[in-house]
Design a binder for this molecule. Structure first.
Ligand code: BGC
Ligand code: BGC
Length: 856
């Protein structure tokens, strides 16, 4: 992102100097140059005046006017603040009366992932009762709870998890999608929740984006029709049961252009023309707003360098005034803090631009509330704007019956726990799985497989419900779960095994591919590990970067004459030519969710040898023909994917892919040294591990707590771009950044370039014992360099960010062989420590400039 801004300003500077040469280097000319880049010339006529099916009612408008006339500024601003359950108590709700609150991905009542639906209802009920208790804040406006039910009610253990949107796109079945949304709404309401942050209507143009799987398609066609189907499924139909007791509020997200950022960067910059912004990225809003979506979530991304959260033209002129949206705009996770000139706790710019609710899921909700109130008083935000924002919030609450409904515990589906993961719901999810599978290759009609055979089921995805479910599954990143965290779900292997047992064949699970009796066929299940958001951004589409262990399995089976079927789990199309060549059949299964058994329904014949279900899925994303073909989309001028949009074989179709696809790639296989080690996320090939005493684990989630160590992601500049480590005294504990597969990395060039290991650090408590910064080689005993950081840390004022750099010479002098580094950064102590870290990088030309120098 930073690089882009730099490029942008370089372009600006370049243009500026050209104009200077032309003799117009005055201030006005400067403005003329910069403006078109930062703020493209806009044309409101590009956007339609939508014929929105849900109209304003005079009854509701009168109530809004009445309520507004009785509200204080404090009460109004409180409606606009949305904190997160980890950072507020019920008493905060009583005292401040927030208009809404959320639980983020992987955030549960009492911090307990195994909280029961009753625990969820209890929290919903207490928050509701506190919000309608006017004893402290004088307000009785009921609050509402929003959650990310993005593929089913995915934060709840035992919920039905539908395929992620990329798989649903392949089904191209809007009626099914509407049913899915309706079921999701029900499961959400069982837990007392009012509002769902879905659908994501991103039209994904560059598959490197970590949120590719949250999109239905690279093309606006399916996205537009699905958006209206989902909104109808969640909220009900405008002319029927709109926001009835069986429905929840929906949010279309992320407005606008999230799927079209440069290089597929999460939260990056979209530099589409305004026409493209509408034609491609705006279509989901056309679909969803027309049928009455009541809220829209602003996007983290920028348009020409300007963050959408602060873009008045798009939020107010286009969305509200032109398109006629009369619901509210909610921000994304401290997204306001990313606007130029804003921080997480102060941002009149966002409200002035048209944001109606601040999503402020960290402990800064209180200063944000206070600052916003002060800004209204000081006239930095007009009262008209506040009244407009609050009117929108009240309008949605009134339409949704939030004022009239019983409290959460007494609502229609509340507490009907049998609905969570209900059989009938799972059947619909299973249908979606069947219809989402895309058959890319089927040589010699190897599929379908007779269930009477001896079948070997192989690979780390075979019996792994977490892997098949992807991100946003119980935990935010989808990591840290076992099959036991998905009660009622079936893995892909379990589905196969059940049918094979029934038909009289044998199915054997062998993760590593070993076997005793030579199987008739091997089904190999592998693919991407779970991830969410920017953590899933990649540099190219080569699946083998870090995932190459399955290729040799495939090739071994082939050599032994065993037919091989690949089931590829992924959140995006990937370059897998080697895997395709080594497979007789290849199925893109995407991220099927909790009903892995839907796969056996299509792959296997019944006991009489009949096809049970044919393949129906068609690619809603073009399949790339090279690792660096990251932008390849239907209707491109020159379009050369490996397999086009809409492709998908059915049984009996002629196979099209040979075994001789081009296997060469310009992308190097072994991940090279990366001098960015951690910049908001770990950068390949570096992995983050935590250790305490003998325990040593890889970080797989946004929080970890064991023994004497506590880890949590925190915000420095943008959401979760840093992490905090808290150590208790006792045993030596800490964190370390190690090279993937323990490959050693050669830092001799860095030493020669006078580099320093540099990082941003914020101390919350002074260390109670020595703190060491260490580097290691593969042979840790013989090759270690530790630098004592205690003194430097002790000079830092608490609770402020500082940059520290340690000259690489220090490590080589203290005994590290820099040709052979496997651990590049380890911070440890036996004492107490509370420290946040980010931007850990190797920076050249630091001789003499570092905080710790070891040059002579
Ligand atoms: C939270 C999730 C949230 C995500 C947003 C994570 O730390 O746990 O709840 O959705 O951040 O980026
Ligand atoms: C995501 C949103 C999500 C929000 C709340 C953000 O990080 O971008 O999609 O709704 O967190 O969890």
């Amino acid at each position: 992102m930073m690089i882009q801004n730099k490029v942008m300003s370089n372009v600006a500077t370049l243009l500026f100097s050209i104009l200077m040469l032309n003799g117009c280097g005055n201030e006005q000319a400067d403005n003329q140059i910069i403006l078109p880049l930062v703020n493209p010339k806009t044309n409101i006529n590009i956007w339609p005046d939508l014929n929105i099916e849900v109209k304003k009612s005079s009854d509701i408008e009168e109530k809004i006017t009445y309520l507004l006339s009785r509200m204080t500024i404090e009460q109004k601003v409180a409606q606009m603040i949305q904190p997160e359950i980890r950072d507020i108590t019920v008493e905060d709700m009583r005292k401040y009366g927030f208009g809404s609150y959320l639980n983020g991905g992987g955030s549960f009542p009492n911090g307990n992932k195994h909280s029961t639906p009753e625990d969820w209802i209890k929290l919903a009920e207490s928050m509701y009762q506190a919000s309608t208790d006017d004893s402290l804040d004088g307000s009785r406006i009921p609050t509402m709870w929003g959650t990310d039910a993005v593929h089913g009610h995915n934060n709840i253990v035992g919920a039905t998890l539908f395929p992620h949107n990329i798989g649903l796109g392949a089904t191209n079945n809007p009626a099914l999608i509407e049913k899915i949304a309706e079921i999701t709404a029900k499961e959400v309401m069982v837990t007392g929740i009012d509002w769902v942050f879905a659908p994501t209507v991103a039209v994904v143009r560059d598959d490197r984006w970590g949120r590719t799987y949250e999109g239905y398609s690279e093309d606006p066609e399916i996205v537009r029709s699905y958006s209206s189907a989902i909104v109808k499924g969640l909220q009900g139909h405008a002319d029927k049961d709109f926001l009835s007791e069986k429905r929840v509020i929906s949010s279309i997200k992320h407005f606008i252009g999230d799927g079209g950022t440069e290089a597929g960067d999460d939260q990056g910059d979209n530099i589409s023309t305004e026409q493209t912004l509408f034609d491609i990225h705006g279509q989901g809003y056309v679909g969803g707003l027309t049928v009455g979506a009541q809220s829209v979530m602003a996007s983290f991304n920028s348009w020409y360098g300007q963050k959408i959260h602060g873009n008045k033209y798009l939020l107010t002129d286009v969305l509200k005034n032109r398109m006629g949206f009369d619901g509210f705009v909610v921000g994304d996770w401290n997204g306001h803090g990313q606007i130029d000139g804003c921080t997480n706790d102060s941002c009149p710019q966002a409200i002035n631009a048209g944001l109606d609710i601040f999503m402020v899921p960290t402990d800064v909700w209180k200063p944000l509330l206070e600052n916003t109130i002060a800004q209204v008083r000081a006239g930095k935000i007009s009262r008209t704007r506040i009244n407009d924002a609050v009117s929108r919030i009240l309008r949605v609450k009134l339409r949704a019956g939030i004022f009239d409904k019983p409290s959460p515990i007494a609502r229609k589906f509340s507490g009907q726990t049998e609905l969570i993961g209900a059989r009938a719901h799972r059947e619909v999810a299973k249908q979606a799985v069947r219809e989402s599978l895309v058959l890319l290759k089927n040589k010699n009609n190897i599929l379908p497989i007779s269930a009477k055979q001896n079948i070997l089921v192989v690979g780390d995805g075979a019996d792994n419900i977490g892997k098949q479910s992807g991100g946003w599954s119980v935990s935010w990143q989808g990591t840290g779960n076992t099959n036991e965290d998905f009660p009622g779900a079936t893995s892909i292997f379990q589905g196969i095994a059940e049918q094979v047992a029934f038909a009289g064949g044998t199915a054997t699970l062998s993760v590593d591919g070993s076997y005793q009796d030579k199987p008739d066929v091997a089904i190999v299940v592998y693919g991407e590990p779970p991830y969410a958001e920017g953590h899933g951004d990649v540099d190219n589409l080569d699946f083998q970067q870090g995932n190459n262990k399955h290729l040799s399995l495939l090739r071994n089976f082939k050599q032994q004459g065993i037919p091989v079927v690949s089931l590829f789990i992924s959140g995006r199309p990937m370059w897998v030519n080697e895997e395709l060549n080594a497979s007789d059949a290849f199925v893109a299964v995407w991220l099927p969710g909790s009903e892995g058994s839907g796969i056996a329904d299509v792959l296997l014949t019944d006991q009489d040898g009949n096809i049970q279900h044919d393949f129906k899925g068609k690619l809603s994303f073009s399949w790339p023909n090279a690792a660096d073909q990251t932008v390849v989309n239907r209707n491109d001028v020159s379009y050369s994917p490996l397999l086009p949009y809409g492709f998908g074989l059915t049984y009996g179709d002629k196979n099209v892919l040979s075994d001789n696809l081009n296997e060469s790639t310009t992308i190097t296989q072994k991940s090279p040294l990366n001098r960015e080690i951690y910049t908001g996320s770990m950068k390949k090939p570096w992995l983050l591990r935590l250790f305490s005493g003998k325990e040593d684990i890889e970080v797989s989630s946004n929080t970890h707590q064991f023994s004497t160590i506590n880890y949590r992601t925190v915000d420095k500049k943008i959401q979760e771009d840093a992490f905090k480590i808290t150590l208790e005294a006792g045993v030596r504990s800490g964190m370390k950044m190690v090279s993937e597969s323990n490959y050693s990395q050669d830092l001799r060039l860095d030493l020669a370039a006078e580099s320093a290991l540099t990082f941003d650090v914020k101390l919350s408590k002074s260390p109670s014992d020595n703190v060491l910064l260490s580097m290691y080689c593969a042979n840790t005993d013989e090759c270690v360099g530790s630098i004592k950081m205690t003194d430097v840390l002790n000079t830092l004022p608490l609770d402020e960010w500082h940059t520290i750099s340690v000259d690489l010479t220090c490590f080589s002098k203290s005994g590290v062989n820099l040709a052979d580094v496997t651990t590049v950064f380890e911070l440890s102590s036996v004492g107490q420590l509370e420290v946040s870290l980010t931007n850990i990088t190797l920076i050249p030309y630091q001789r003499g400039k570092s905080s710790i120098n070891c040059h002579q």
